[in-house]
Design a protein around this ligand. Sequence first.
Ligand code: NAD
Length: 259
Amino acid sequence: MDLGIKGKRALVCASSKGLGFGCAAALAEAGVDLVMNARGAEALEAAAADLRSRFGVHVQTVAADVTTEDGRAEVLAAAASPDILVTNAGGPPPGQWSDWDRDDFIAALDANMLTPIALMKACLPAMMDRGWGRIVNITSQSVKAPIAVLGLSNAARTGLTGYVAGTSRQVAPSGVTINNLLPGIHATDRAESLDQGVSRAQNISVEDAKAQREATIPARRYGTAAEFGATCAFLCSQHAGFIVGQNILLDGGATNATI
Ligand code: NAD
């Protein structure tokens, strides 16, 4: 399917690896020029070179922590009013509800709620002036059903979801859509580090921890960054202009809910 976005410009945050890279790759395949961001320059340059050579698109890189004000300013200066924005950053650490104090919550809110809000606020006016824009926020299945050990994620991402629910309806008249993609377990470095956490906590091997988590997913496997990216690219396509303010779960059926 032609997504109809060849020649558009996208800012994809936290995209040298994992789900962010999956989104960047699928957009590049659709002919979109990219500004890619990640903290570490080496992996970022390798990812950008890979996409340039495979898809022939223009890719600019910004090595910066997007959750800091300075990092965001650098990324936004390079992207200069993109047509497409994909927000993403690392998730908060796991723990127990009794572990976290105010500073932990402030860090999680900064990274997973206030950073995407600041990026949207910066990019929306130009998208609305042009009468076209697409924003996809990478959130988590924890928005639909809380994950016990990820209380910081449950809290921060639900705040972002409320903001998007209200804002997406206000910008839709200008041809701009905002939607959230909610990953369940996907095979990325993040999933591997959570497997290692389960392995340590239960004194089992990492392989057994993975098998145990796969067994909780009706699809009986982890998702891939490529299939996640393909869904993101569709949401950014010309065909998705009527999808507004939605929370789309990509979890292999893991969240047991009727709707
Ligand atoms: P990951 O840890 O594998 O992603 C790594 C990428 O994010 C790298 O490119 C890294 O440089 C970049 N990054 C991380 N923090 C950054 C920052 N502050 N500034 C700039 N770049 C940054 O993560 P992932 O598995 O791809 O997950 C992406 C998001 O989705 C995370 O917020 C994660 O919590 C969430 N999520 C992931 C899963 C999963 O199973 N993978 C499930 C639910 C939610």
